[in-house]
Design a protein around this ligand. Structure first.
Ligand SMILES: Cc1ncc(COP(=O)(O)O)c(C=O)c1O
Length: 386
């Protein structure tokens, strides 16, 4: 925004106006799409050299400023995917010989990056099961980063980041948190001391399941280093996609509030059904982290997980019968999407390991959309075969 606000603006206002500067008469209310790879420039006297791989295309800059405003950080960079944001942040914060401590409950590709890819570049990770603890014991003199996810996929556990941040900062270690499932409307991770917040903007920020994008937010110094990495490795966000992401972010607050409301209604309804063995939703008093979620977050989110008593067959049947909800992976769009982690994010694990992680056959992950809750409930009722 062009003028400093007299009081900090709320997320709905920041979603609409954050990062937008030009209010001179005749300038467009909606930013132009600057669909140009390169920009006129002759010598350094012409100022900063603009190039759309550099992250300084006006659409990329604008959406980064909006994301920083929403997260409450000094800076942010918008990149070509959530994994682009995660991998550039980790490359920026580590060098060969360094060590990472990570939660064992992470998005599958992040886990693979940490467990298999970064070791090939001389960076090792020790995984900590958040239920068992042992964060301090996992730290080494070479530890540079702690990586966590809040809430976790697909069991929707809420990890308390505050003791982890205190431990890490006491040793000069940075904490990175993937807060995609919450979005900055429900949880602003930087407010509890997280150094780098990752969003897969493909999900709630974009909000329409039509773009792939990611955001890394943090201090100006860290974001500058992430920007340096991304200029070299190249996962830039296309300007048109940046513009679409900005359009999505304008309605982030209203969408997330509706996702929260619908998910609560659906979770309560599932709890009343005998076909459902377990309902996992941080907003329910039965959730193991309900109190922590209430303290830490402004909303419980749009993700609900259930375990059907009839196991895998019942889950397959439920998926095939959906007529409002859609059977598809991913999350955070306006439409309700349902997936089975045993076939998607956790397909590489044996049934025993999955069960030990609380993901038995019959486990459905629902990204509850913004449809009418009654229509979703009626759809789920017929899909259960009731
Ligand atoms: C929690 C989380 N983080 C990161 C990602 C990766 O995001 P993207 O697909 O935009 O690279 C995903 C994708 O599903 C995710 O669920």
């Amino acid at each position: 925004m062009s003028k400093s606000p007299t009081r900090p603006h709320g997320p709905a206002t920041l979603g609409v106006h954050g990062g937008a500067g030009d209010r001179t008469p005749g300038s467009p209310v909606v930013p132009h799409i600057t669909q140009s790879a390169t920009f006129h420039w002759a010598t350094p006297e012409d100022g900063e050299l603009l190039y759309s791989r550099y992250g300084n295309n006006p659409n990329q800059v604008q959406v980064g400023l909006k994301a920083a405003a929403l997260e409450g950080t000094e800076a942010a960079i918008a990149l070509g995917s959530g994994m682009g944001a995660t991998s550039m942040a980790l490359l920026a914060l580590t060098s060969s010989g360094d060590h990472i401590v990570a939660s064992s409950r992470l998005y599958g590709a992040t886990q693979t990056l940490l467990a298999q890819e970064l070791p090939r570049r001389g960076v090792e990770t020790t995984f900590v099961d958040p239920d068992e603890g042992g964060w301090a014991a996992a730290m080494r003199p070479q530890t540079k980063v702690v990586f966590i996810e809040i809430p976790t996929n697909p069991t929707l556990r809420i990890l308390d980041p505050r003791p982890i941040v205190a431990l890490a900062h006491g040793r000069g270690v940075k904490v990175v948190c993937d807060a995609t499932f919450a979005s900055p409307v429900n949880f602003r991770a930087a407010s509890v001391g997280i150094d780098v917040v990752i969003q897969s903007a493909t999900k709630y920020l974009g909000g329409h399941s039509d773009i792939i994008a990611g955001i890394a937010s943090g201090s100006a110094e860290i974001v500058a280093e992430i920007t340096r990495m991304s200029r070299l490795y190249g996962p830039a966000l296309d300007p048109h996609t940046a513009w679409l992401l900005d359009r999505g972010m304008r309605t982030l607050d209203v969408r997330v509030r509706r996702h929260n409301e619908n998910a609560m209604a659906v979770a309560m309804w599932f709890e009343s059904r005998s076909e459902v063995a377990t309902v996992i939703y941080p907003g329910l008093a039965s959730h193991p982290d309900h109190e922590l979620a209430s303290e830490l977050m402004d909303g419980f989110g749009g993700m609900v997980s259930v375990v059907l008593a009839g196991g895998g067959e019942a889950a397959d049947r439920f998926m095939r019968r959906l007529s409002v909800g859609m059977a598809a992976p991913s999350l955070g769009g306006v439409e309700t999407l349902v997936s089975q982690p045993r076939f998607t994010s956790h397909a590489s694990l044996s049934r025993e390991v999955r069960e030990a992680q609380g993901i038995p056959d019959g486990f459905l992950r629902l990204s509850i959309g913004i449809e009418n809750a009654e229509d979703l409930i009626a759809d789920f009722e017929q899909a259960l075969g009731g």
